[in-house]
Design a protein around this ligand. Structure first.
Ligand SMILES: NC(=O)c1ccc[n+]([C@@H]2O[C@H](COP(=O)([O-])OP(=O)(O)OC[C@H]3O[C@@H](n4cnc5c(N)ncnc54)[C@H](O)[C@@H]3O)[C@@H](O)[C@H]2O)c1
Length: 367
């Protein structure tokens, strides 16, 4: 039977991404009717006409889009104004980041819908839908950090790029996975001194082998690591415990020990953040100043470059959308090791151990 797949316009503040770009929806013809909310692609440079040419039908209100669609394919977790449109007939497919969001988790459970958290889809040990956004976020963390270090942002007035042989600035990166490695690469390219901190010693060894003299590596939690955090110009915090709320890796005491105008970017804010006391910011109001230190925690960093991000996201998303359009899709998600971790909510049941642990909720099992 032909499925009905709806792509709404993202309404999270400053979010211009769209889950699927026109080039990638044509392949679903015959498998699904595709509905796209009017202007949903504009932030990424795709017009309604582009979607119509690719075979989609444009829908002129969010309410109608949700009403006629069975599968809701979106980028970010539903915002309060979107919740009212969701019901038990929906399969919600997008980044959900539930482990830091009790009210959303409870609301989705109450709705009795099926919630698939795309950030938890696995291939072996990797998270293929998180990786491209992490690479973009790691780059943007350095870009934003440079901007916030400027005098007009109340930053230290330090240029991260080296303008002579002498390296003039220090970037400390905590958590050297996809985000961290992208930040490290970019910081080294511009000539900053880089200190990498992780709890995985193999990761640190690989970085040392790759960058040699251009990087110092430290094991997280040691006195040297604490000193490296406190003496940096820019701290990029990007730790991840998959599906869970991350640990605190920058404390209030660290912030109080930093020079005024130091910048901290908490990239892990989408999972609840890893800087003590951090609150989410937006691209429009990108940081708060705590004891003279600039703390920025933007949960949708890739939303700053929606054209690049949507193309990357859609390219990686297509094959998992394909899996939703087959007749026995639910059994496939339930029984397949790669897909199973992403099936987090179904018919009022919470199926993710990580989310249940993080939010102290009851875990259910499908029989
Ligand atoms: N804000 C955004 O827009 C945005 C975008 C993409 C990703 N993210 C988030 O960024 C975070 C990192 O994502 P990733 O893809 O790089 O994850 P990853 O799994 O590739 O890397 C995480 C790293 O953290 C390290 N780590 C874990 N605990 C640690 C600790 N206590 N101290 C030091 N290191 C520790 C791990 O060893 C690993 O190397 C995640 O929370 C992810 O959701 C945010």
């Amino acid at each position: 039977m032909i499925k009905k797949l709806g792509i709404p316009r993202e309404v999270k503040q400053d979010e211009g991404r769209i889950a699927l770009i026109p080039q990638h929806i044509a392949q679903f013809t015959g498998l699904a009717d595709i509905f796209v909310e009017t202007q949903a692609g504009l932030g990424s440079g795709f017009t309604d006409q582009d979607y119509e040419d690719a075979g989609a039908k444009i829908i002129y209100s969010a309410e109608e889009l949700y009403e006629i669609s069975e599968i809701i394919c979106k980028v970010k977790e539903p915002q309060p104004q979107e919740l009212e449109f969701l019901n038990s007939s929906h399969v919600l497919f997008g980044y959900l980041h539930l482990s830091s969001n009790l009210s959303l988790t409870k609301a989705l459970l109450d709705k009795k819908l099926t919630g698939i958290a795309t950030e938890m889809i696995m291939e072996g040990k990797e998270y293929p839908l998180l990786i491209p956004m992490s690479k973009i976020a790691g780059n943007l963390a350095v870009q934003k950090g440079m901007q916030f270090l400027e005098y007009s942002s109340q930053g230290k007035g330090v240029l991260l790029s080296a303008i002579s042989e002498e390296k003039s600035s220090i970037v400390t990166v905590i958590g050297c996975g996809e985000v961290g490695r992208a930040s490290i690469q970019k910081s080294i390219q511009i000539g900053a001194s880089v200190i990498a901190i992780d709890v995985n010693e193999d990761t640190l060894k690989d970085l040392k082998n790759k960058y040699g003299e251009n990087i110092s590596t430290l094991v997280g939690g040691t006195e040297e690591a604490v000193n490296a955090i406190r003496s940096a110009d820019l701290v990029i915090a990007a730790v991840l415990l998959p599906g869970r709320k991350p640990p605190v890796v920058v404390t209030e005491e660290d912030i109080n020990a930093m020079e005024k105008g130091t910048v901290i970017i908490d990239v892990a804010i989408d999972q609840g953040g890893c800087v003590e006391g951090v609150k989410p910011n937006t691209h429009s109001e990108p940081f708060e100043i705590r004891n003279g230190v600039i703390v920025s925690a933007i949960a949708n960093l890739p939303g700053a470059v929606p054209r690049t991000s949507s193309i990357e996201l859609s390219t990686n998303l297509q094959k998992y959308v394909d899996n939703l359009l087959i007749e026995n899709w639910f059994d496939k998600y339930k029984n397949n090791e790669s897909l199973r971790p992403s099936l987090q909510i179904h018919n009022g049941l919470l199926l993710s151990e990580e989310v249940a642990d993080s939010l102290s909720l009851t875990l259910s099992k499908l029989v």
